[in-house]
Design a binder for this molecule. Sequence first.
Ligand SMILES: [Cu+2]
Length: 153
Amino acid sequence: MILRPIALLAALPVLALAACGQPASSGRSETVGPVVVTGAICRPTPTGRQVTGCYLTLTAPAADTLVSISSPASALAQIHEMRMESNMMMMRELEAGLPLPAGQAVALAPGGNHIMLMGVTEPLKTGDTVPLTLTFATAAPVEITATVGQPPA
Ligand SMILES: [Cu+2]
């Protein structure tokens, strides 16, 4: 009579392991490739100003978030969005980063989301290059070189 409950208890951990093992192993075998960055361009800095905007297109292989940007060419780099506030177009930092849906090209373009370089150390002229490092929530950081020029309208 006492054997029955013991046999049931012994069987339980085996079932639990089998149940947990499946999703954990499939999650671990999933490799996240690099985020593809194309068309990186920064506007020349206006005379006497140390601020400019950069534009590019990001395609993440798996859902991710562009968390931050840095550049040796400027003291600060932020991800900005454009937003209407009291009938005025304002820009502000996307503090939670920019969401990147899996496999979908996300464009940072004039009039919309953009990268803002602030405290640019040397004036940027057409034909110059600007190194940018993009950091993501999941994927590895990507280092790119943006060209300086006017972005396509
Ligand atoms: Cu901005």
